[in-house]
Design a protein around this ligand. Sequence first.
Ligand code: SAM
Ligand code: SF4
Length: 360
Amino acid sequence: MVEGLYIHIPFCANKCPYCDFVSFVSEPSKEYLELLKRELELSKDLPFDLKTVYLGGGTPSLYPTKLWREFFKDLDTRGVKEITMECNPESYKRGDFEELLELGINRLSFGVQSFLEKNLRFLGRWHSPKEGIRAILEAKSAGYENLSIDLIYGLPGQTLQDLREELKVIKDLPITHLSAYLLTPYEDTLFGHLWQKGELKLPSDEQIEEMFLFLSEELSSMGFEHYEISNFAKEGYRCAHNLLYWSHKEFLGLGVSAWSFINKKRFGNYRNLEKYRRAVLQGEKPIEMEESLEGEELLKDYLFVALRTRDGVPKEVLPNIPDHIREFFLEEGDRVKLSKRGWLLINEILLELWDEVANP
Ligand SMILES: C[S@@+](CC[C@H](N)C(=O)[O-])C[C@H]1O[C@@H](n2cnc3c(N)ncnc32)[C@H](O)[C@@H]1O
Ligand code: SF4
């Protein structure tokens, strides 16, 4: 059963120097929304039991809300319990939030990144700390209960004192969820190029560990459960859509570069907008790559996503953890999961586990 729908909106007002998501600096295209609907039609034979919808980007909030109204008119969202939209803080005002809520979009995820002016300027963002706060408060007063923010940490020269200042602001905000991402210098980004040339100096592994554990402890003491490597939620507010990804449930991705996982297959759409458009207009699924997961590969894929979460995996999935990495695992009832130090070393630990999976 397909339980999640991800919709990728690839338009942005500017390209941030760290971002490797597929996004183009352009006005949001009205035609693109039509293409998404046509693409969904091409998959109408799939067995759907939709529980979540996620509008991600790019910048979904570049579209005027009246276009979202038209889009949702044709989308059957009966039974869906969570509809999230990623929102840039400078995009919408209180009236827009009221309309989005009316359309059934009941969760907003704001790309705040930081509440410190110097960090926002470094990250090339166009909003100010005040605008970040304003967006959250206006969404709340429009009636939103489920509000999330994205933060980026691990910036050059960042200190625990900087993080303390972020948390001081966060403490007073009506948010129910927070994602804290470690700044990653992806290859094809400006930051990636600078980092490769030695012109961007990122914190050491020890400093990163210190920041990660600091955020984990401080946010926990503020009532946020650290339920996935980069995600924190107040009770009852874990992101249901992302939980589908991490528990190997089936989801369909629509739009340029969107990924799906259906029937033990991962497939990805064209990353090129024109190729995507042509395929959809010709009535073909715009799939660029496809990978079938069987046996060992399926298990590896499951461990890769599920060990990111606090719930981990059932013990019977990992009956033999090699002795030399056992210290990074915790057992809780019938589940086994990574400790926080294990999360910090997840890639290395997974490599060790692959040997175990291949030669049990
Ligand atoms: C797909 S982006 C879209 C959100 C929205 N357009 C925005 O930027 O406000 C989702 C989140 O990924 C995170 N992100 C993107 N690139 C990153 C990078 N190189 N390192 C760490 N986090 C990153 C940011 O926190 C961002 O808010
Ligand atoms: S971080 Fe967000 S706003 Fe910036 S380029 Fe990426 S998707 Fe666009």
